[in-house]
Design a protein around this ligand. Structure first.
Ligand SMILES: N[C@@H](CCC(=O)N[C@@H](CS)C(=O)NCC(=O)O)C(=O)O
Length: 209
């Protein structure tokens, strides 16, 4: 079966999926979608692939999935035999789901700010930055609690798809005018994430910062 990712190189949401594909060393095909300036994701034929007009979309054989968080869950369940990226123990599983939701909602305020500053989207930039800072403060505080327990990652003792889902738009937030200075635990966590074996960089997120 061929794994196919509908992808835009500068998309942090697509990057979530590319990261896990790479961590799991899964052979895959990237189908380029001209998000900007082409807006291909809002036109036929892409709207038949995802009526929401959003990236990423993943196909694996006959299965088609949209939403980066859903795709991360699928790939981890299907291909991570050790269940390290998506732990099965109920408490950890629930915590990963909680932070995936946080990545898909609260942290997306940082994506909105980036879309405004880097891609010319018309939206309330101050509101987006305020919401992003509130989300970053919550994650920074959580990572501080983890650090007291001697832990580096969002859930449990090792990296999970919660870290993958939260990482891109935290790391790219400077593009939306949201700095990391107030968040020492976020900075440590990003440093650790970049050092993971098989970490893949993207434009705006170099291998070592
Ligand atoms: N809930 C989706 C949202 C992804 C998302 O916002 N993708 C952007 C590209 S990075 C997009 O397609 N935006 C177009 C839109 O929302 O209309 C996910 O987490 O995968």
């Amino acid at each position: 079966m061929t794994i196919r990712l509908y992808n835009y190189a500068l998309s942090g949401s697509c990057y979530k999926v590319r990261l896990l594909l790479n961590f799991l060393d899964l052979t895959h095909e990237l189908v380029g979608v001209d998000f900007y300036p082409g807006q291909e994701h809002k036109k036929a034929p892409f709207l038949e692939i995802n009526p929401l007009g959003q990236l990423p979309v993943l196909e694996d054989g006959d299965l088609r999935l949209r939403d980066a968080q859903a795709i991360l869950c699928y790939l981890a369940k299907a291909y991570d035999r050790e269940a390290a990226w998506l732990p099965a123990a109920p408490a950890e599983f629930g915590q990963v789901m909680m932070w995936l939701s946080f990545a898909g909602h609260e942290i997306m305020a940082a994506s909105a700010a980036r879309l405004h500053d880097a891609f010319g989207y018309d939206l309330d930039i101050e509101a987006a930055r305020t919401r992003a800072h509130a989300a970053f403060a919550i994650l920074d505080d959580h990572l501080a609690e983890q650090a007291i327990l001697g832990k580096t990652w969002i859930v449990g003792d090792g990296p999970t798809i919660a870290d993958i889902a939260c990482f891109p738009y935290v790391a790219l937030s400077g593009d939306g005018g949201i700095g990391h200075e107030p968040y020492p635990y976020l900075r440590n966590w990003m440093r650790a994430f970049r050092r993971l074996p098989r970490f893949q960089a993207m434009s705006g997120i170099p291998e070592f910062a």
